[in-house]
Design a protein around this ligand. Sequence first.
Ligand SMILES: *[C@@H]1O[C@H](CO)[C@@H](O)[C@H](O)[C@H]1NC(C)=O
Ligand SMILES: [Zn+2]
Length: 502
Amino acid sequence: MEAGLRRFLVSFMPLALYLCYIVYTGKNVPKPRTSGCSLLPHSHYWIASKRIVTPHEIISGAVEINGGRIISLVKEKDWHETVKNKPVIDYGNAVVMPGLIDVHAHLDDPGRTEWEGFPSGTKAAAAGGITTLIDMPLNSHPSTVSKETLQLKINAAKGRIFVNVGFWGGLVPENAFNASILENLLDAGALGLKSFMCPSGINDFPMTDSSHIKEGLSVLAKYKRPLLVHAEKQQEIELDDGVDDPRSYSTYLKTRPASMEETAIRELLTVAKDTRIGGPAEGAHVHIVHLADSRSSLELIKEAKINGDSLTVETCPHYLAFSSEDIQDGDTRFKCAPPIRDAPNKEKLWEALMDGDIDMVSSDHSPSAPELKLFAEGDFLRAWGGISSLQFVLPVTWSYGLKYGITLEKLVSCWSEKPAKLASQDLKGAIAIGKHADIAVWEPEEEFDLDGNHPVHLKHPGISAYMGSRLTGKVLATFVNGNLVFEDGKHAPAACGTTILA
Ligand SMILES: *[C@@H]1O[C@H](CO)[C@@H](O)[C@H](O)[C@H]1NC(C)=O
Ligand SMILES: [Zn+2]
């Protein structure tokens, strides 16, 4: 719905609200007090909608925001007494829900800002209803593996982020056996650690095995923070030069079979059991990132959860949207690790997400300079792996999930509530009194074509696997810390997101 139409509809609302509306849109609106942080001139206001997703129910009513927090919630029938003399932004039938919290993004800043960067990445996030990103410790340069390198990230983010940004630190062989380096990194605010069980593709981020992970978990236990693990274990795989065309996705798939995930997870679980109550790393938590294999790997994870391991798992929109059979020869936009698997595997991923066996979804937004995608050669074996998606993860999850019965509540659970819990952000991830006013407003029924006419805020739209698709669910507005940071295709002029440090 257009802003003009939405504001026109306001005139059908009760008189008290109508008067407030006059205050909001009147010619003499006060100058923004927030010096460009918000597209709204107020810090105390109401957001009204017929579909507000709260932790217990979806209500028709309004949310009161003041000073960056949600201070009250009222149902429509109680409006008259409560809403007095404050501006109201009425979003009509659009959904008002907690902003998405993306626990897995690569913003590549500092050091590889030709790939992404804090300003472009957080603008894309804001345009997609994401209000908090947790940035991965690799693909920036240097990698975030110490207090000093974390400080470089914090400095680089200052005044350059449009949404909130937190940071995972890296667990690498160099620091795994040195508790003081890890403690300094965690004391400096890293929300947890991330490690790879296979080569990461980045030289200063080497892989770890279960012995490093065991050490990492024992330090994390004291801090009650998670270890995020890329669970793939390398295998010797023979390709036949005559038969296996590097332009064919099936060749790439052959180099990273599901057994790589399964083997890694099996090894990981030998140390993840330390996180059980009474175990040597009680308090630590293991989170498996971007699960692609919905067969044996998922069974192992389910079993470990039953056995009491402190364990969660995420998958990503590209595994839920695409299947390997449909990827065209040479279209390296779709290269990622682990790879996108076949259609029946995708069906099972959806089942697991809907059943709660997969806890959450994250973007694993991982762009590169377009040249590294080698579009001319279309060589899947040599092209940079990473899917660029940040702005579209909400409509993608929704569009592809409709077939599997996704609901607004499920969306909030897997994109806001559970990610908030993983990153220990108690004041985020819900529309409830006292929580941060991090809010996404969107139209679940509105369809759009992701073509040249659509305003794309990704740094390199051409490398996004979603360009050319038709999606359902249009983001109208995004609020971060009570600031309206995005509305109707426009961003607030100033970058006022906060860095989240533990
Ligand atoms: C841990 O790392 C610090 C800083 O690099 C170093 O000074 C210290 O000697 C290391 N400790 C051990 C036990 O290796
Ligand atoms: Zn990643």
